[in-house]
Ligand binder design. Structure first.
Ligand code: ATP
Length: 239
C-alpha cells in the first residue's frame, strides 16, 4: 500500500536518509524503530510531503506521490499524525475532527459518510466525546495527542503515519494509545508507526524496520525482531 524505495533526504547539504526502502502492506501495522536522530521523523516528513526527498520513490496505493505537496498527498489518502500534538488550538475538538475530513471533499477518493466516521472516532476516543465542544488548546497534552490521532483517522486514509503517539504521556495514557492502535489494527487500518517504546511497538506491529544513522540495518516480522539479540541489546533494554 505504501512503498518507499531508495529514499534519500537531506536538510540543506546534510543528508540524513541514505537510501532507505520499506513497505507497508495493506491492513498491516509496520513500525520503524531507531535511536534519537536516526531519521525516523525525517522519513515520516518525507512521505507526507513536509520535506521534499532528494531522490528515491514513494508510492501510495500504486500512485507515485514522491515530491508532491502535502495537501495533494493527503487527498491521495495519506494521513500524518505528526510528532508533538499539532492541533488547531483555538478551534473546538469537533471542528478539529471535521477539518481532518476536509481533504476528502477536495480529492477524487470516495468521501464516505463523515457522520458515521465521527461517531466511530468518538467511540474510539471517548475522552474526545466528553470534550467535543472544548477548545483544543485547553485539552491536556495527552488529550491533544489523542485528538491528533483521531483527526488522522477522520481522513479515512489508505495509510496513517503515526509519529510518537505516546510522546510525553503518563503511563496510563501510553497504555490507552497502544489499546487504540490495536483497535485500529483490528479494523484493518494500514499504519506506519514510530515509537520510543520499541518493545510495545513490536508487540502490536506485524513487521518492523530498524533505522540506524539513516539506513535500515535490520527488518523482519515483529515477533522475530523482538527476539533478535542485537535488536534486544540496542533497543529493548537488553532484556
Ligand atoms: P528522535 O527519536 O530524536 O525524534 P529521529 O529518528 O526522528 O529522532 P530525525 O528527527 O529524523 O530523527 O532527525 C535526523 C537527523 O536530522 C538528526 O541528526 C537531526 O538533528 C537532523 N534534523 C532534523 N530536523 C532538522 C532540520 N529541520 N534541520 C536540520 N537538521 C535536522
Amino acid at each position: 500500500m505504501l512503498k518507499i524505495e531508495n529514499l534519500h533526504a537531506a536538510y540543506g547539504k546534510v543528508e540524513v536518509l541514505h537510501g532507505i526502502s520499506l513497505d507497508v502492506p495493506k491492513g498491516k501495522l509496520v513500525t520503524l524503530i531507531g535511536s534519537n536522530g536516526a531519521g525516523k521523523t525525517t522519513t515520516m516528513r518525507s512521505v507526507s510531503g513536509m520535506l521534499k526527498p532528494k531522490s528515491g520513490n514513494i508510492s501510495l496505493a500504486g500512485k507515485n506521490i514522491t515530491g508532491l505537496d502535502s495537501h495533494k498527498i493527503a487527498r491521495a489518502g495519506l494521513a500524518h499524525s505528526p510528532e508533538g500534538r499539532r492541533v488547531f488550538s483555538t478551534m473546538t475538538v469537533m471542528d478539529n475532527l471535521l477539518l481532518g475530513a476536509f481533504p476528502r471533499y477536495t480529492g477524487s477518493r470516495p468521501r464516505g459518510d463523515i457522520d458515521t466516521d465521527l461517531q466511530r472516532a468518538m467511540e474510539l476516543f471517548p475522552r474526545l466525546r466528553e470534550r467535543r465542544n472544548q477548545q483544543a488548546g485547553t485539552l491536556s497534552g495527552g488529550e491533544q495527542q489523542m485528538l491528533a490521532m483521531a483527526r488522522a483517522v477522520m481522513l479515512n486514509p489508505e495509510v496513517i503515519l503515526l509519529d510518537e503517539p505516546s510522546m510525553g504521556l503518563a503511563p496510563i495514557l501510553v497504555d490507552e494509545v497502544f489499546r487504540i492502535l490495536q483497535r485500529l489494527k483490528d479494523e484493518g487500518r494500514t499504519m506506519l508507526l514510530v515509537e520510543q517504546f520499541a518493545a510495545a511497538a513490536l508487540a502490536v506491529a506485524d513487521y518492523g524496520y530498524v533505522l540506524e544513522n539513516g539506513r535500515i540495518s535490520v527488518h523482519g516480522p515483529a515477533a522475530q525482531l523482538k527476539n533478535d539479540p542485537a535488536v534486544k541489546a540496542a533497543y529493548l533494554g537488553g532484556g
